[in-house]
Design a protein around this ligand. Structure first.
Ligand code: CKX
Length: 602
């Protein structure tokens, strides 16, 4: 049960209840909690909302900046109506690591702050009673963990997170915790991949069940609820005549229903929405349903005022309305897999997602105000342990997100240091070990940071298409030198153009920190006018190179980071402010994007 990641549903055979609300909470500064049996009852706990990061609720800096062990707990009533079923707790995200206790017993540990895990408590449940769920968590950063960083100990003995990445180390139960129950024999997982020929689609499905017994039947229904295809067995093909395809910004979804029966008795049922579409990289084109697409979108963050990195349905709805207003059609889950609701939004709205694991900070001294030493990250003696966790999280991300039509590609790292030969063995193994994880074999890539150019990166041979993070006009050749920045960018792109590489290039980051409301004529950096001028420069360049097949400026909205002499209460490169209001550049870019189709350059 603990490897299962299917999205929880309630139906005739399954039970699902979100445990959102106030939980008990306590910092464990001395890591004495287990020794003091906090797993049986937290002493003098405070209230803490879930889902939420704990950091920004506090008014004292020691609590906001807390780094170390901390605990959540909740009394959970489990009705006897669930007796005989598999009982589990599904954590959407526990950042960054957690040990779960139920009624004082340790059940399971998990590391990875941005992907779900299941805790099987069938053997310890007390029915028709309150069960004490306690979660010991830790948010320390390490070089052999994702996302990478250090944990310093200040002279006053307090620990402090030193991230090698540019987003605040928000921690806690950042996504919902669900109490779930499934039949003993149940659907553990399914896959659905489509092929198209003329006007006929074939959806190849596979179903995994927890026990061999029982027969499997599958139906595919259209948006009107009409059954358009049926299948029997744990694998098969569902043939759909004149399918309503899932297209970019024109999404159509089908409902796949899987039933487990024995002696004509329904044992288990699981339904999910899928889309019929294909994804191919052909030369420097990205094809969806054999039609070229041009990505217009954003790098984003799960970041909002008060709840930090928690998933907030309200913020997500606003973000999708803003992206639609912009005429966008895509985004990257920078720099970690987002809450599953985000992918369901994208499935319904026809957005393409580049799904990214939190392999970020794999570069020492990514920026001066971030910690780190001056050596190649992949020369470090931490890479063996890191690799295991890295592959684990890629495996879980693909396992969780593989059936979403919105998922276009997998980003296996953000801005790793590939400017030294020592990175190559790590990448060779990573791209080999992840090749067969996705039944649909979607493209795999990673973002190249601005120091890792056509000339300096040793890892150009690995991506199926390129994601370039480039900052002329900001981190180099800034201000009045921006024209030299443009020339330098064109110089690099001319090398890509002249090379024998024929793959799509997408600009996955470019931008300028912009203080909302600061206006200057003529422009100066940080002003709204400068942000527009910088975007104008990049757009001029994009339109001159046919192999550039996408533009995703950094970032959709301003977001919180560590304190630093280059951060004014966070990163201000958003097209929108942190409370989701437009800067002038949003109107400029909207005009451009509403003027170019989703199949621009074709
Ligand atoms: N790239 C030159 C990663 C993002 C940061 C962005 C920035 C850097 C740019 C590196 O997570 O926010 O510094 O704005």
């Amino acid at each position: 049960m603990e490897q299962e990641l299917l999205y929880p549903v309630t139906n005739k055979c399954r039970f699902d209840r979100a445990l959102d609300g106030l939980w008990e909470f306590k910092f464990d500064r001395a890591s004495q909690g287990v020794a003091r049996h906090w797993q049986e009852k937290l002493p003098e706990p405070i209230d803490m909302p879930v889902p939420a990061s704990f950091n920004d609720f506090f008014t004292d800096k020691d609590s906001r900046e807390f780094t170390g062990d901390f605990w959540y707990a909740k009394q959970v009533f489990i009705p006897s109506s669930l007796r005989g079923q598999r009982i589990g707790l599904r954590f959407g995200a526990a950042t960054h690591r957690a040990t779960v206790y139920v009624n004082g017993q340790e059940i399971r540990q998990h590391e990875g702050g941005f992907l779900p895990f299941l805790v099987d408590l069938t053997s310890v449940v007390k029915f028709d009673e309150l069960n004490y769920v306690a979660v010991k968590m830790n948010n320390e950063l390490h070089r052999d963990a994702l996302p990478a960083g250090d944990t310093a100990v200040l002279k006053n003995g307090k620990k402090m997170a030193k991230p090698f990445f540019d987003f605040y180390n928000y921690s806690g139960l950042n996504r919902s915790v669900h109490l779930i129950a499934t039949p003993q024999n149940h659907v553990v997982d399914y896959t659905a991949t489509s092929t198209l020929k003329d006007d006929v689609a074939t959806v190849h499905y596979t179903v995994t069940t927890s026990q061999a017994a029982a027969s499997v039947s599958v139906t595919l229904s259209d948006e009107q609820g009409q059954v358009v295809a049926t299948g029997n067995g744990r694998a098969g093909d569902l043939v759909v005549q004149q399918p309503l395809l899932w297209n970019v910004r024109d999404a159509h979804l089908y409902t796949l229903t899987i039933k487990l029966t024995a002696n004509d008795q329904l044992i288990d049922e699981y339904s999910d929405q899928i889309g019929i579409r294909t994804i191919i990289i052909a030369g420097h084109q990205i094809l969806v349903n054999n039609q070229p697409v041009y990505l217009k979108g954003f790098g984003r963050h799960e970041d909002s005022i008060y709840a930090g990195r928690a998933f907030d349905l309200n913020v997500e709805k606003r973000d999708f309305e803003l992206m639609k207003w912009m005429g966008a059609n895509s985004f990257r889950t920078s720099h970690y897999p987002y809450d599953e609701e985000v992918y369901r939004f994208a499935d319904r709205e026809g957005f393409l997602i580049i799904d990214e694991v939190p392999a970020v900070g794999f570069k020492m001294a990514a920026a001066s105000f971030l910690g780190g030493l001056d050596q190649s990250f992949f020369d470090g003696d931490w890479t063996t342990e890191l690799y295991k966790k890295h592959l684990d999280q890629i495996t879980d991300m693909i396992h969780r997100d593989k059936n979403h039509p919105s998922v276009l590609a997998w980003s296996l790292l953000n801005e790793p240091d590939t400017s030294s030969q020592s990175a190559v063995p790590y990448f060779e193994k990573l791209f080999a070990d992840t090749k067969a994880l996705d039944p649909e074999r979607r493209p795999r890539t990673f973002t190249l940071n601005e120091d890792d150019t056509f000339d300096t990166s040793y890892c150009k041979q690995f991506p199926d298409f390129y994601l370039l993070n480039r900052y002329p006009g900001w981190y180099h050749k800034w201000g009045y030198e921006i024209s030299d920045g443009e020339a330098g960018l064109r110089e690099e792109l001319d090398k890509w153009a002249a090379s024998d590489i024929d793959k799509p290039v997408v600009f996955s980051e470019y931008g300028a920190d912009t203080e909302p409301g600061l206006h200057k004529l003529p422009s100066v950096m940080w002003s709204e006018e400068y942000q527009i001028e910088l975007l104008q420069m990049f757009n001029r360049v994009f339109d001159d190179y046919d192999f550039i097949r996408g533009e995703q400026p950094w970032n959709l909205a301003d977001f919180q980071t560590v304190e630093g002499n280059m951060r004014v209460n966070g990163n201000k490169k958003g097209l929108f402010t942190r409370d989701r209001q437009p800067k002038s550049a949003a109107f400029y870019l909207r005009k451009r994007w509403l003027g170019i189709d989703h199949n621009f350059k074709n």
